[in-house]
Write a protein that binds this ligand. Structure first.
Ligand SMILES: [Zn+2]
Length: 139
């Protein structure tokens, strides 16, 4: 009935905070955009559908879980091969490749966070934030 209702909400602090956080990623996104490989990743219609059916908070939680299990451990036997590249499974996987958060080798090379040790909570948070930001920019 009142389809315009949402437009009436004022911008709250959360949005301002997110806007600030966004600018902090501009440098890394700029570097990634200069890589032919990293910038070749995109979301297809299946990925976008997956995102549309969920909310960002749910996707963030699943992403945090993936990062803690597949990127955070000190030793990952299949490092470099743990993140699928196929579309339509889980869009954050695609974002992991696009943002070089796909494996500890890439994470070290692009984000200067050494492999061979457990990632701290902050470092995991950092990876999740970049992934989420990439998804929001590419949906
Ligand atoms: Zn990698």
């Amino acid at each position: 009935m009142k389809t315009q209702e949402l437009d009436l909400f004022p911008i709250d602090n959360q949005e301002e905070k997110e806007a600030k956080a966004t600018t902090n990623f501009d440098h890394i996104f700029d570097r990634l955009s200069q890589s032919k490989f990293r910038s070749s990743f995109y979301l297809n219609s299946k990925d976008k559908e997956y995102i549309e059916k969920r909310n960002w908070e749910t996707i963030r939680k699943s992403t945090a879980e993936i990062i803690s299990k597949r990127l955070a451990p000190a030793n990952i036997p299949n490092d470099g091969r743990q993140t699928p590249m196929r579309h339509g499974i889980f869009p954050p996987f695609i974002a992991q490749h696009a943002t070089a958060c796909c494996c500890r080798g890439c994470f070290e090379k692009w984000h200067n966070i050494p492999k061979g040790r457990q990632l701290s909570k902050d470092e995991q948070q950092y990876a999740v934030d970049i992934i989420m930001e990439w998804l929001k920019r590419h949906v």
